[in-house]
Design a protein around this ligand. Structure first.
Ligand SMILES: [Zn+2]
Length: 232
């Protein structure tokens, strides 16, 4: 499987057309799409939440941001993760709900190997790469592994989602060899019901690794209702 480093990530920028509208782009996005996307950013008061787990989201999962995430994942436009991950980093540094010192280890939610091979990348890992580069937090892309393929989640109710995700994750090799010294910050592209995050957190806490919370690019404005994206 391809492992993403910063160099391979940067090489994606050779394309000069905006992946959202196909117009000429300066850096990854054209200025019009960039402006529209930035309007999706949540105000600080809505960016932070706490139910079972403390969370921080950059934007609302709707409109052009929802489209950008779909384009990133399904239209093979991984370069979109760079500005989006950076904006997450900027917002997180300004209004992080997580207390200092910021010695967190960022662990992206993994895809199943087969799905990652099909897609060629894990969008959460690319967002985390950009987020960590900007915030200076340490990245551990292999902290978790997806143990088995889960069913697409959009057709499932909350109970079925939880069942579907049971034992979906296991500890990645680096954490099996040595537990991290710092608490983990989970990172994903979308937060809907939180089922994925709860399942991932359970595996880490069972191993004695504290989980500080979750950072996501986008969050739906509702919970436990019809989620609009698979796998979350
Ligand atoms: Zn554009």
């Amino acid at each position: 499987m391809k492992r993403w480093g910063w160099e391979s990530f940067l090489s994606l920028f050779l394309s000069t057309n905006c992946p959202l509208c196909d117009r000429k782009a300066d850096i990854c996005l054209c200025s019009s799409c960039r402006r529209q996307l930035q309007r999706c950013q949540l105000p600080a008061s809505q960016a932070v939440w706490e139910d079972e787990i403390k969370g921080f989201a950059w934007g609302a999962y709707q409109g052009v941001l929802k489209r950008a995430i779909a384009v990133l994942k399904y239209d093979n436009q991984p370069q979109l993760a760079e500005p989006l991950g950076q904006w997450m980093g900027v917002a997180w540094l300004k209004t992080s709900p997580f207390p200092p010192p910021h010695h967190y280890v960022v662990v992206p939610i993994p895809l199943h190997t087969q799905r990652q091979q099909q897609r060629g990348f894990n969008q959460a890992e690319l967002l985390a790469l950009s987020f960590c580069r900007f915030t200076g937090l340490r990245l551990q892309s292999q902290g978790l592994k997806r143990d088995r393929e889960t069913q697409a989640m959009y057709s499932l109710n909350p109970e079925e989602r939880a069942e579907n995700l049971k034992n979906a994750f296991c500890l990645g090799t680096p954490f099996q060899k040595r537990l991290p010294r710092s608490p983990v910050l989970l990172l994903d592209d979308i937060y809907t019901t939180g089922a994925t995050i709860r399942s991932a957190r359970q595996i880490l806490t069972q191993a004695g690794i504290p989980v500080a919370g979750v950072v996501t690019l986008a969050k739906t404005s509702f919970n436990h209702e019809s989620a609009t994206n698979s796998y979350h």
